[in-house]
Design a protein around this ligand. Structure first.
Ligand code: NAG
Ligand code: NAG
Length: 836
């Protein structure tokens, strides 16, 4: 018995693997398509023929029926319009009987269009439709063209569909469709929303499709759905359309190797979504809600389809999902749900909503409390009513009407249903287990890669042996990032020297364009050395895990032919530094500067807090803050980590890395690196942004050479406004400046313990932005003398010298950073965080 069961499971498992891996044309085991009342066959789309009434009489047993037709033109805009032009009218009870070869779930789609035929006004028809086990429609009286879709479970043998007119009425149907549902489409179990737990037994329930919706995208008809389903656009279900925004990126969808397939939902569904309309407001806090008509007293099966087509990197999107007032899922992070953390990968979740006494089911998505950038998405949704305890889908009919040809097989059907259910559940358990194992192994693989970084080399002081430990780091788990050399050769126009955008110790950085049009920055390493190789691997390992809106992301790498090439997203607007001084670029507004500071603070906060071990950037400076085409700030050069422990054990000053002028004095003194060293450097950046001058300018009088010292002197005197960027004069609200300056001052505290955390810095900067905004919103006519510096004499007597020459970025360990090209350096460090 067990042996038999197990081999069945294996066969099922192999079959399912096959289904998952092969994209096939839908080839249902059983399919019956009937154009009722029609004299001839009707072709719908390229691959479906609804047979004429004459050819279908063999399925029908009815006492009295009438074939009806209408001359109405196009009834629906779809190509199935032809089906509505004829109908079969039943004045007495009528049964369609189909013999089903594959037990399991089948779809029944019933097409209705009420027209007038002789003395029959179909709008007045009232009837009940049922099968042996289920009532599909009770006292039904359609007033418009409609397709009703059900899925019922047929255990073996026949499926009988009965049309029974109400008293003094008649029944009718325009077309009828019975099609097998793939076994894998709907599992036996789902999550119960309330009380939280597992719901089991779907395999034996009939369902009615209430809504099948393609969020943010177009109508998808049977033509574009492998299972001939229809997906409606979501606009008519949205409660407040102004809170929502649609995103369409159909081509970006990549189905995973295991999991959702085209059958689960078509690419058009996964490739479009409705998102929160939150882009203009980082403090957005609202839900996007859809409303669906439901009947009180029924449970509903809800399938949520997700595919993160909005993020540019993993882990950016965290949101919550609700049904009515219940939490469905708090803090859903899609990249943690899909294999490999890939973006644009379909994922779905099944839930059962308990019955309520409401006529409306609300489905909402909203921002997570823990996400920095509020956003939420939904790509598709299926809402299905579940048959009640007597197998009815209609609240009008509380008991099954007898169907002559049925009954005896009910118990057998239930037994087979249960067996099939158990088998399907087992197969899912096995697959889940396999996925879990793989994931676990992957995680193990990852944690292995962390060990050499955080603990390795404790006794070793030579670079060679340290990095040969480092080479145990495996890049194999990141195969998806690998880009062929030929592609990069092409992308950079054969590494055209005129496409070089930067040169650093590591090598040259080229601008490039991949074949799909993506602009990239291609960093090509000098020929392989032991050291370079290890750093290369480490950067790939780390970058592929650090994914954040405010961190420059790694697109891929190439290690063919001894090459060491890293490919990053291209940052259109270059470095923050280049926008502050030393170039002809237009001066940025105070608001813009604040937003850039806030963005970079977010990136750093993420590095410091998002992993079990804090990651310390070690080289925070304006040249390492890059700006994309929308001036969104991203921190760069956080990836190439150096091993840390030696730094704690030796006092060799050359081990201290970072850029002079930004360097934490405590780190310098004690060689002890914590997150607070980054906070110090960031404080220097804040003054740099405010004063728009190099952090070290040797051309200035001695007391002004070092920006940090000079700015602190004026801040302590309470006259910082005397030295701000002349372009900002008269444009900063005093409260905003005060908050900003206080924050920068705290960052520069002598001792790390006295400095705020990056999270606090972020909060204070946001507050400074609000204070600045307040003047515009509440007080548009405020006298401009209230703005900083308007009437004060300028004491900005330093010269805005050419950055290339004057910005002396002394590298204590490495003197080749003069170019200020952010991607040229290696300064991040991973250390074991204390007190975490
Ligand atoms: C449906 O598929 C056709 C090609 O088969 C394509 O041209 C069309 O854009 C698709 N429509 C949608 C809504 O996906
Ligand atoms: C979103 O909806 C849920 C459930 O109704 C509710 O608990 C939550 O407070 C809502 N969030 C917002 C921001 O309105």
């Amino acid at each position: 018995m067990i042996g038999f069961g197990f081999s069945r499971i294996c066969i099922y498992g192999i079959f399912m693997m096959y289904l998952c891996c092969v994209i096939y044309a839908f080839d249902p085991a059983d399919v019956f398509l009937i154009d009722c009342g029609s004299n001839s066959d009707t072709q719908v789309g390229s691959n479906r023929t609804f047979v004429s009434d004459k050819s279908s009489t063999k399925f029908l047993s009815a006492s009295e029926e009438i074939l009806a037709s209408t001359n109405a033109g196009s009834i629906t805009s779809a190509s199935d319009s032809e089906l509505y032009k004829t109908a079969r009218i039943f004045r007495g009870s009528a049964n369609y009987k189909f013999s089903i070869t594959q037990s399991g779930r089948v779809w029944i789609r019933l097409y209705f269009y009420p027209f007038v035929y002789g003395s029959f006004d179909m709008k007045s028809a009232n009837f009940t439709v049922s099968t042996q086990k289920n009532v599909l429609l009770g006292n039904f009286s359609p007033k418009n063209a409609v397709v009703k879709e059900f899925s019922v479970v047929v255990s073996s043998g026949d499926l009988t569909i009965q049309f029974a007119p109400g008293s003094n009425s008649f029944a009718y149907v325009n077309a009828l469709e019975v099609v097998s549902v793939p076994d894998t489409l709907i599992a036996d179990d789902a999550n119960l929303v309330s009380p939280k737990g597992a719901y089991q037994g779907l395999t034996s329930q009939a369902m009615e499709t209430v809504a099948r919706v393609n969020m943010g995208g177009p109508l998808v008809t049977y033509v574009n759905d492998t299972l001939w389903r229809t997906w409606l656009p979501d606009s008519s279900f949205l409660k407040e359309p102004n809170l929502a925004k649609s995103v369409v990126k159909i081509a970006s969808v990549r189905y995973p190797q295991a999991g959702p397939t085209q059958d689960t939902a078509p690419q058009t569904v996964y490739g479009s979504c409705t998102r929160m309309n939150s882009e203009d407001d980082p403090n957005s806090n609202f839900n996007v809600t859809w409303e669906f008509p439901v009947n009180p007293g029924f449970q509903y099966f809800v399938r949520f389809h997700f595919c993160d087509i909005v993020s540019t990197a993993a882990n950016q999107l965290v949101f919550s999902v609700y049904a009515d007032s219940w939490d469905v899922y708090q803090d859903l992070e899609l990249s943690s749900k899909v294999f490999g953390g890939n973006l644009a990968t379909p994922y779905f979740m099944d839930y059962v909503i308990p019955s309520t006494d409401s006529n409306i089911l609300k489905i909402s998505i909203g921002p997570s409390r823990s996400s920095l950038d509020p956003n939420a998405i939904l790509n598709g949704l299926e809402v299905m009513k579940i048959s009640n305890s007597v197998g009815s889908l209609s609240d009008a009919i509380s008991s099954l009407p007898p169907i002559s040809s049925s009954g005896s097989k009910k118990n057998l059907g239930m037994i087979v249903g249960v067996i099939v259910g158990v088998l399907v559940a087992l197969v899912f358990v096995i697959i889940l287990f396999c996925l879990y194992r793989r994931r676990k192994q992957e995680q193990l693989g990852h944690s292995k890669t962390w060990i050499p970084l955080s603990l390795g080399g404790g006794t070793s002081h030579t670079m060679g042996s340290k990095y040969s430990n480092g080479t145990t780091v495996s890049v194999d788990s990141n195969l998806s990032y690998r880009i062929p050399f030929a592609a990069l050769h092409e992308a950079t126009n054969n590494f055209d020297e005129s496409w070089v955008i930067g040169i650093g110790g590591f090598g040259k950085v080229y601008k490039g364009v991949l074949t799909d049009g993506t602009k990239v920055a291609v960093k090509r390493g000098n020929p392989r050395s032991q050291q370079g190789l290890a750093e290369f691997r480490t950067e790939i390992e780390m970058l592929s895990q650090f994914r954040h809106r405010h961190l420059v992301s790694l697109i891929g790498y190439c290690d063919e032919k001894n090459e060491m090439i890293l490919v990053y997203e291209y940052m259109e607007n270059g470095t923050l530094k280049s926008h502050l001084y030393g170039s002809d670029l237009p001066s940025m507004s105070w608001k813009q500067r604040l937003e850039i500071c806030i963005g970079s603070a977010r990136g750093l906060h993420y590095l410091h807090t998002s992993y079990a071990k804090a990651v310390i950037h070690r080289d925070v400076k304006s040249a390492n803050i890059l700006l994309d085409e929308n001036f969104l700030a991203k921190v760069a050069d956080f990836g190439l980590s150096k091993t840390g422990p030696e730094l704690d054990q030796t006092h060799v000053s050359t081990a201290v890395k970072g850029s002079f002028g930004y360097l934490d004095p405590e780190y310098f003194r004690r060689q002890q690196l914590t997150e607070k060293s980054d906070v110090y450097s960031f404080g220097v950046v804040l003054f740099e942004v405010l004063c728009a001058r190099p952090v070290i300018d040797p051309t200035l009088p001695r007391d002004k050479v070092n920006l940090a010292e000079w700015a602190m002197k004026w801040q302590k005197k309470g006259q910082l406004e005397q030295i701000i960027d002349p372009n900002l004069t008269g444009k900063i609200r005093p409260d905003s400046l005060r908050k900003y300056a206080e924050t920068a001052e705290k960052c520069l505290a002598d001792f790390g313990v006295d400095r705020p955390s990056m999270g606090d810095v972020l909060w204070n900067l946001e507050y400074a932005l609000q204070l600045q905004e307040a003047v515009i919103q509440n007080d548009p006519d405020e006298n401009s003398t209230n703005l900083i510096g308007e009437l004060s004499p300028q004491v900005n007597d330093f010269t805005h010298a050419d950055a290339g020459a004057s910005a002396v970025q002394v590298q204590m360990a490495n003197l080749d950073d003069i170019s200020g090209v952010s991607m040229s350096k290696v300064f991040s460090q991973l250390v074991k965080s204390e007190g975490r």
